[in-house]
Write a protein that binds this ligand. Structure first.
Ligand code: ATP
Length: 238
């Protein structure tokens, strides 16, 4: 579904990602773990078209997308749930969700958007309850659900999530990860970026470890959980 080959990317002359290769197959949850500043967000921003690669190739659903615009990449079925949620605080929950359906509305009309809205309310019942509430008044966990629902409104084939657990209480993190697992059960494909390696590897099929812009280990989630170096650096075990 997503294939990245020998990718270098960064800001101006600063090369943050160095020779990254990775792939995500349909129906998988793949996680990219790594410390603060390793380049995880830069990777997602490059895939979605916010940053242009310096070198390398990105193909999504068999088509090269490393020169495409963000709009074209989203329209082709790739969605991003950004770090820090970035919901539109002065707008209601429902208005935020409808904004996520913008591309769908253009392509398939209002009825498709309303079907998607109903589906998101089924997946996140709390959003239905709060649909007339301003997004800025939601709790952190609810805002994360809203950010996820907004991304899902575009009926993406691949959902990329940037650190959904940041700043949330452990119980809420558990709920968020349960929802990610459910998304996969419904046939979605997920690329999950996390600092919370334990939780991410707990639901992922495969994972990559990113250190200062390079993939240093990759493998099945079970192999990474059992890897002594990964345990020492990321799982808080000696
Ligand atoms: P975090 O968990 O903090 O988001 P991350 O792994 O996602 O970490 P990135 O945000 O991708 O890391 O940042 C990787 C490197 O790129 C860091 O050294 C950061 O300082 C640098 N960087 C990020 N954004 C910019 C920018 N807009 N301009 C210049 N450098 C940047």
């Amino acid at each position: 579904m997503l294939k990245i080959r020998n990718l270098d990317a960064g800001y101006g002359k600063l090369r943050v990602l160095k020779n990254i290769s990775l792939h995500v197959k349909p129906g998988e949850i793949v996680t990219m773990i790594g410390a603060n500043g390793a380049g995880k967000t830069t990777l997602l921003h490059t895939v979605i078209g916010l940053i242009k690669p310096m070198q390398g190739e990105i193909t999504f659903l068999g088509r090269s997308c490393d020169r495409a615009t963000v709009g074209a990449i989203v329209a082709s079925g790739c969605a991003l749930v950004p770090e820090g949620r970035q919901v539109f605080a002065p707008m209601t929950v429902e208005e935020n969700l409808l904004l996520g359906g913008y591309v769908l509305q253009k392509e398939q009309g209002r009825a498709a958007v309303l079907r998607q809205l109903a589906h998101q309310y089924e997946l996140f019942p709390i959003l239905r309850e709060r649909r007339r509430q301003l997004a800025g008044t939601l709790s952190g966990g609810e805002q994360q659900m809203l950010a996820m629902g907004r991304a899902l409104m575009s009926t993406p084939r691949l959902v990329m999530m940037d650190e959904p657990s940041t700043g949330l209480a452990p119980l809420i993190v558990r709920d968020i990860f349960a929802i990610i697992r459910r998304l996969r059960e419904e046939g979605n494909t997920v690329l999950l970026i996390e600092q919370n390696a334990k939780a991410a590897l707990g639901i992922a099929d495969r994972g990559y470890v990113l250190e200062v812009g390079k993939v240093i280990v990759q493998g099945s989630a079970a192999d990474l959980l059992a890897n002594a170096d990964v345990q020492r650096a990321y799982l808080g075990r000696e």
